[in-house]
Design a protein around this ligand. Structure first.
Ligand code: ACO
Length: 337
């Protein structure tokens, strides 16, 4: 049977470190508030000079993942790009990345599943590989949030949590009867909560023009979040969906070598850890250093877990889980070859 394996991972975080104290100079907030409520100590932002989009961060992460896989860009059958902060309103960042990789006609697909982007991307890649439509796929999760958040007290609930960064994985189909690759997935969406976390402008539903000076004056171009609602949904849905994939795979949490949750808030992940009885050494968090890089969090964390040798080199079993805007949520169990 064809199984999807990970051949290489990579990450890229911009060099500019922005501490909580740095944020206190542009809005009414404190290091204490941010650390207590979110666990975040610092995040990375793209250079102030600009001209760095999600595809640029994705490119750097992709180069590392490709070199670890031993692949050239021309070996790719498909690029899947997860982002909520695309370089352009359209076309998608996957097309820009494809060009930056020097490719001429390789298909590129953008997905907009926000914090669940990596999980949706993995499921799409698995389906392409198992169906025989592709055998070598580059999956990227990348965000440039810093140019799209309000640098003022009005937007502080959102601005303090987001960071810029990218992660990439090279995925390949291999023929094997071993129980490896994606062992179980469960993906969901509930559009009733779409406005609990959104950027409204520019919007096709607004006529006659999707963005006006009045909209900008009202600040409708900045993300708006009902943080408490999202928090409550996350602490309910993450354990629930993780248990679903464990049951589907016929495993228990003891069979998992490492849990890599989406990094939205350290407090959410601590609730999740407690309700699933996950020992400290079996859950990985790096939100303290990077904030929430949305589609980037899980592949960035995966790359660090591998680099720090926190999982066995062979046959390690990972549980990924996340919830974000949409709302979308999901979990996946993945076993390495
Ligand atoms: N600094 C100081 N005070 C602040 C800040 C800040 N950065 N932000 C909000 N406050 C204030 C509020 O104004 C409020 O003041 P008030 O009591 O005088 O009205 C007070 O702090 C409490 O505000 P809450 O919003 O109730 O704070 P809460 O404890 O809920 O924490 C937070 C806010 C951290 C955003 C939390 O709700 C959260 O993490 N929610 C989930 C976020 C998430 O998971 N998002 C989804 C992923 S992102 C994606 O998909 C793109």
């Amino acid at each position: 049977m064809t199984k999807m394996v990970i051949k290489g991972t990579g990450r890229y975080l911009p060099e500019r470190v922005v501490t909580n104290d740095d944020l206190t100079k542009i809005m009414d907030t404190t290091d204490e508030w941010i650390q207590q409520r979110t666990g975040i100590e610092e995040r990375r932002w793209v250079p102030e000079e600009g001209n760095v989009g999600a595809s640029d961060l994705g490119l750097e992460a992709s180069k590392i993942a490709l070199s670890r896989a031993g692949w050239e860009p021309k070996d790719l059958d498909l690029i899947i790009f997860g982002t909520l902060s695309p370089d352009l309103f359209f076309p998608g960042s996957g097309c820009l990345l494809q060009s930056k990789l020097g490719l001429k006609s390789t298909p590129a697909l953008d997905i907009r599943q926000q914090c669940t982007g990596f999980l949706y991307g993995m499921e799409i890649a698995d389906a392409y590989i198992k169906s025989g439509y592709a055998s070598r796929i580059l999956l990227v999760g990348a965000e440039v949030h810093s140019t799209g958040i309000e640098m003022a007290t009005r937007g502080r609930d959102v601005t303090v949590i987001f960071g810029d960064g990218a992660g990439a994985v090279c995925l390949e189909g291999v023929e094997t009867d071993e129980n490896v690759g994606v062992l179980a997935t469960s993906l969901h969406a509930q559009g009733d909560h779409a406005e609990a976390l959104m950027v409204e402008i520019p919007a096709s539903r607004i006529s006659p023009t999707r963005v006006t000076h009045e909209h900008l004056d009202e600040g409708r171009q900045w993300p708006k979040m009902d943080g408490r609602n999202i928090f409550k949904l996350a602490v309910k849905r993450l354990p629930e969906v993780s248990q679903t994939v464990l049951d589907k795979a016929g495993l228990t949490i003891d069979d998992i070598d490492m849990v890599i949750p989406h990094q939205a808030n350290l407090r959410i992940n601590q609730f999740f850890q407690k309700s699933m009885n996950i020992p400290d050494e079996k859950i990985f968090n790096n939100i303290q250093k990077y904030g929430n890089t949305t589609a980037g969090t899980i592949p960035i964390a995966l790359d660090e877990v591998i680099e720090q040798k926190l999982i066995p080199e062979e046959k390690s079993t990972l549980l990924f889980a996340g919830l974000g805007a949409g709302v979308t949520w999901g979990a996946m169990i993945f076993r390495f070859m």
